[in-house]
Write a protein that binds this ligand. Structure first.
Ligand SMILES: *[C@@H]1O[C@H](CO)[C@@H](O)[C@H](O)[C@H]1NC(C)=O
Ligand SMILES: *[C@@H]1O[C@H](CO)[C@@H](O)[C@H](O)[C@H]1NC(C)=O
Ligand SMILES: *[C@@H]1O[C@H](CO)[C@@H](O)[C@H](O)[C@H]1NC(C)=O
Ligand SMILES: *[C@@H]1O[C@H](CO)[C@@H](O)[C@H](O)[C@H]1NC(C)=O
Length: 477
């Protein structure tokens, strides 16, 4: 196979993908409320080719001139907590520039020798610029001009200036560093870097989220993430204990096609740690219980109150269904994929969960939009915690979790960035027909949910089609 063919093919695929995923805002804008139009434009700013995407794979060269007093300081303890905002300050800057920026990178000082030809891989992000590419991984980044006093040098020390930025940092297990760059995102060079910062407890059990395993409302699965592979426990209902089953996935599980690695397999990879799941049984439907999870070795989560959904066949269900949510950073950073609306969705539903107006949530596809930048799953799980830790959070798979050429998806697009459904299935184990058969049905209250995958064969006589027929025939209303 000639390399050129693959590149052309990917360009074509990407084009199709971009056309399919562009909101038709030109045609529709006249009939939309101005706030909706603005939100679409804002959305496009973040989800089309954001400047941030060109960051990965940049050659990390030192800038030719830098002041001897230049420093980057992070105001935190050597050990980072599980969820905090840190202030990153640069000092000793002789001439502040609007092209100065700071990246959070993890792991710190990663090896940059093994990725020479990667500009071909990079095409899958939708950016076709001719880049001098190397492997390093900014989790997120911000321009220094986000500090309103930076460019005007309001904080002066002798002849040099300083500035500060806030970063939201969550426990992603691997150590991080902050790196001060100049030259913008397009032609970056390193001015200076911070010491590496580690998390106090990389094994901490985090991001516990609930799902139903059947229609009884009496069993709930809890799934969480930890850096440790030894089984842990859920303690619930005043004294009951259940031990976790543990899974994970590796770089080898991510998809590629010949001659072309994917973001997930390559520059977007981040070690997911271990994913634990345990099923709490003998609960009562529509009832409030509490749980905690972890072990004496790795530590315990806080106690969380949650509600079971109503049993199938009972009278009433209050549920929320939505798709395409993604995530919003809680600081002013740019990331590879941002959905500015995600935060307001979480806040609004969270209020409804607080006031007991939501029994369960269905997030039907296009979940985190990590799309091969795997650390973004951790940020997504952190974001949905106010809902997913307290009510059943059921999911369906979407193109952004599943699609990739030669991976068995119906649509041949690079939309999952090479994840091909593997992280999704690990983080959201649903009561499905089997591995990579992500269809299932469940009843809550008076509602029968038939959850299908549009990304797997659903044409007549396919396995999924036959299942759908049987499932829907089983319902008599
Ligand atoms: C989109 O980005 C452009 C260029 O950075 C900026 O001028 C514009 O205000 C942004 N639009 C919105 C709605 O944020
Ligand atoms: C560092 O840790 C100490 C003791 O745990 C705490 O009191 C202090 O607030 C921490 N400092 C920062 C900047 O987080
Ligand atoms: C100001 O600069 C001097 C040397 O240039 C340095 O020793 C001192 O620590 C700086 N002070 C602050 C507050 O940054
Ligand atoms: C989908 O299933 C149908 C029926 O079994 C089969 O004819 C078709 O080849 C399948 N399509 C793909 C892409 O596998």
């Amino acid at each position: 196979m000639e390399p050129m063919n693959w590149v052309c093919r990917f360009l074509l695929l990407w084009l199709v993908f971009s056309i399919c995923s562009s909101p038709p805002f030109t045609a529709a804008s006249s009939s939309l409320h101005p706030s909706a139009v603005n939100s679409i434009l804002m959305h496009q700013n973040f989800t089309a080719i954001s400047e941030f995407r060109v960051l990965n794979r940049r050659k990390l060269e030192k800038c030719s001139d830098s002041h001897p007093d230049l420093k980057i300081i992070v105001n935190t303890n050597q050990s980072l907590s599980d969820d905090e905002f840190v202030t990153v300050t640069v000092t000793g800057v002789s001439s502040p520039s609007d092209s100065d920026w700071v990246a959070m990178i993890s792991p710190s000082h990663s090896n940059v020798n093994s990725c020479i030809l990667n500009k071909f891989y990079y095409i899958q992000t939708g950016d076709t610029a001719d880049l001098p590419l190397l492997c390093h991984y900014p989790v997120k980044a911000q321009y220094m001009k986000n500090d309103p006093n930076y460019l005007s040098c309001k904080s002066k020390n002798g002849s040099t200036c300083s500035g500060s930025l806030k970063f939201h940092v969550i426990n992603i297990r691997t150590d991080i560093e902050f790196v001060f760059f100049s030259g913008g995102f397009a032609t970056p060079c390193i001015l200076t870097r911070s010491d590496a910062l580690s998390f106090a407890n990389p094994n901490k059990p985090l991001h516990g989220h609930l799902s139903s395993i059947d229609s009884t409302g009496t069993s709930m699965k809890l799934t969480w993430v930890s850096g440790d592979k030894e089984p842990q426990q859920v303690q619930y209902n005043n004294g009951k204990t259940v031990t976790s089953e543990v899974t994970t996935f590796t770089q080898d599980d991510m998809c590629r096609i010949p001659l072309l690695d994917s973001p997930a397999k390559d520059f977007g990879w981040h070690d997911p740690g271990y994913i634990h799941s345990a099923v709490m049984t003998e609960l009562k439907p529509s009832t409030i219980f509490s749980y905690g999870y972890g072990s004496d070795t790795v530590g315990w989560s806080e106690q969380v109150q949650f509600s079971t959904p109503p049993a199938g066949g009972s009278d009433e269900l209050r549920f929320v269904a939505f798709g395409d949510m993604g995530k919003t950073p809680l600081d002013a950073s740019t990331e590879h994929y941002i959905q500015p609306g995600a935060l307001s969705v979480i806040k609004a539903i969270s209020k409804d969960v607080d006031s007991k107006n939501v029994d369960s949530v269905f997030h039907i596809g296009d979940i985190s939009y990590a799309r091969g930048f795997l650390v973004e799953w951790d940020f997504f799980l952190n974001l949905i915690k106010p809902l997913a830790s307290r009510v059943s959070y059921m999911t369906a798979i979407g193109n952004h979790e599943r699609d990739y050429d030669k991976s068995g998806s119906v649509y041949i697009t690079p939309d999952s960035g090479g994840e091909c459904g593997v992280p999704y299935e690990a983080y959201f184990p649903m009561p499905t027909a089997g591995k990579d058969k992500p269809w299932y049905s469940i009843e809550q209250g008076s509602v029968h949910f038939t959850v299908i995958s549009t990304e797997h064969n659903w044409s007549q006589n396919s396995e999924q089609y036959q299942w759908m027929e049987k499932d829907m025939a089983s319902v008599n209303r």
